[in-house]
Design a protein around this ligand. Structure first.
Ligand code: PMP
Length: 287
C-alpha cells in the first residue's frame, strides 16, 4: 500500500517500520491503543481519544510518552502524508522493549515506550449504504478480563467474537455477562423504546466509548430521553430499535439479534437520525 507510518519519532515507509520481538506489546499484549476517524481529511473527536489514551496509560502505570500537541501534530502529519480524506488513524503505545522477556514491568527510566501510528484509508466511511441498512448481531458470553474500561490491545476474544458472528452470517456479536449485555466486540450497544435511548452505564465492565459520549449528548439535544442501565438480550429483541456506536461505525442500526428481528426488522428512524446528527456535528467540529 506504500503508506508512511510513524514509529518512535520517525516517519517511515511501512516496509521499513519495525518493532523488536522483545516488545511487551508483542509478548504480553502490554499496550494500549486508540482509533480516530478522519472525515474530509480532518480528525473526529480527537480530544476525547487523547483524553482516554491518557487515562488508559495512567491505569497501567505507563508514562505518557508524547504530549497532546505532538500527538495531534503526528496525527495530522500522517493524514497529510498519506492523503487520507476518509479513514482513520490507529495509535498504539506499548511498555516498550526491555531486551528480554520477563513478567515484571521494566524500569520506565531504562525502557522507553514504543509509539506506533498508521493510517487506513476508507473511502465511503460516512456515506455507507451497508451501515445505514443495519447489521445482524449474535450474543456470546463475555469472557474478557474485567478492566474493559482500559483500551488495551488484548483483542483475541473480540476477534473470536467477530469470527463467530461471521460464521453465523451476522455482522457482529454482543457480549452478555450475568444475563445482561455489556457491549459489542468493538462498539457500545443501545436499544430504543419509544423516545428513550437505553445503554449500559459506565463502569469497568465496558469501554467508555468516545462516540457514546457524543451520541448521548446529541440524543439529549434532540429531545430524546437517555437512560443508562443494562438490558437483556430478550429486552433488546423486543425493543423498537437497536444500534451500536464506535469511532469507525459512527451510529449503525442493529436489525436482528440471535435471529429475532428488532422492531420492523429494518434500520430504525431514531438510529438513522442519530447517525445523521453525529456525522454532521462531527464534521463541523473536526480538527
Ligand atoms: N467498546 C469496545 C469494546 C470497543 O473496542 C470500542 C471501539 N474501540 C468501543 C466500545 C467504542 O468506542 P469508541 O466510540 O471510542 O470508538
Amino acid at each position: 500500500m506504500g503508506r508512511i507510518v510513524y514509529v518512535n519519532g520517525e516517519y517511515l515507509p511501512e516496509e521499513e517500520a519495525t518493532v523488536s520481538i522483545f516488545d511487551r506489546g508483542f509478548l504480553m499484549a502490554d499496550g494500549v491503543y486508540e482509533v480516530t476517524s478522519v472525515l474530509d481529511g480532518k480528525l473526529i473527536d480527537f480530544d476525547g481519544h487523547a483524553a482516554r489514551l491518557a487515562r488508559s496509560l495512567a491505569e497501567l502505570d505507563m508514562a505518557q510518552p508524547i504530549s497532546h500537541e505532538e500527538l495531534l501534530a503526528v496525527h495530522r502529519e500522517l493524514v497529510a502524508r498519506n492523503g487520507i480524506d476518509e479513514g482513520l488513524v490507529y495509535l498504539q503505545i506499548t511498555r516498550g522493549n526491555p531486551g528480554d522477556r520477563d513478567f515484571v514491568f521494566p524500569d520506565p527510566d531504562e525502557t522507553a515506550p514504543t509509539v506506533v501510528m498508521f493510517t487506513q484509508s476508507k473511502p465511503g466511511l460516512a456515506d455507507n449504504p451497508a451501515a445505514r441498512a443495519g447489521i445482524k448481531v449474535i450474543s456470546l458470553p463475555d469472557l474478557r478480563w474485567h478492566r474493559r474500561d482500559i483500551k488495551t490491545v488484548q483483542l483475541l476474544y473480540p476477534s473470536m467474537g467477530k469470527m463467530a458472528a461471521k460464521a453465523a452470517g451476522a455482522g457482529d456479536a454482543w457480549f452478555v455477562e450475568d444475563g445482561k449485555v455489556t457491549e459489542g466486540t468493538s462498539n457500545n450497544a443501545y436499544i430504543v423504546k419509544g423516545n428513550r435511548i437505553i445503554t449500559r452505564e459506565l463502569s469497568n465492565d465496558i469501554l467508555h466509548g468516545i462516540t457514546r459520549a457524543a451520541v448521548l449528548r446529541f440524543a439529549a439535544e434532540a429531545q430524546m430521553e437517555v437512560e443508562e442501565r443494562a438490558f437483556t438480550i430478550e429486552e433488546a429483541q423486543g425493543a423498537d430499535e437497536a444500534f451500536i456506536t464506535s469511532a469507525t461505525t459512527f451510529v449503525t442500526p442493529v436489525i436482528e439479534i440471535d435471529g429475532v428481528k428488532v422492531g420492523t426488522g429494518e434500520a430504525g428512524p431514531k438510529a438513522l437520525r442519530l447517525r445523521e446528527i453525529y456525522i454532521e456535528e462531527s464534521r463541523k467540529a473536526a480538527i
